[in-house]
Design a protein around this ligand. Sequence first.
Ligand code: SF4
Ligand code: SF4
Ligand code: ZN
Length: 156
Amino acid sequence: MAKSEIKRPDSLTEILIAPCGMDCGLCSGYLRAKKNCPGCNGGDADKPSYCITCRIAHCEELAASGTRFCGTCGQFPCKRLKQLDKRYRGKYGMSMIENLGIIREIGLDGFIEREKTRWTCPECGRLICVHKPCCLACGYVWNKAQGDAKEGNHAG
Ligand code: SF4
Ligand code: SF4
Ligand SMILES: [Zn+2]
């Protein structure tokens, strides 16, 4: 992908934050050039089936809570969320549960600003993809431990 096609940190917005705490704006499915996923809160066109049928996004407790995030649910963090979080912490060095805690602590706007800083490539200033060990624009290695990350390992 050409560097000019890689999104900038300013592209991160509230709508990209999923109920589980995933920042869809960092997802390889969202960042890819063609048939890009609109994010968990977007429509189902070009969204992978495992995210369309995600049990967290369609959780009854979440619907009943009347809020957008798992962090305000009485069962937080439930087993389902802990499993997802464990996978992401181990493989991608990112924690949904930590994200939700930060949203509770400083609010969604503050979290977005924090994300913009955290996921800006120090070499080229573009947005870093959480699913890839190297910056998509310049190749800067931000996560040496993530050597075997593969396309398709999204939140769902
Ligand atoms: S593939 Fe899933 S995690 Fe990635 S942007 Fe789409 S909904 Fe979000
Ligand atoms: S924490 Fe678990 S039970 Fe609560 S809304 Fe999220 S997925 Fe549902
Ligand atoms: Zn870069």
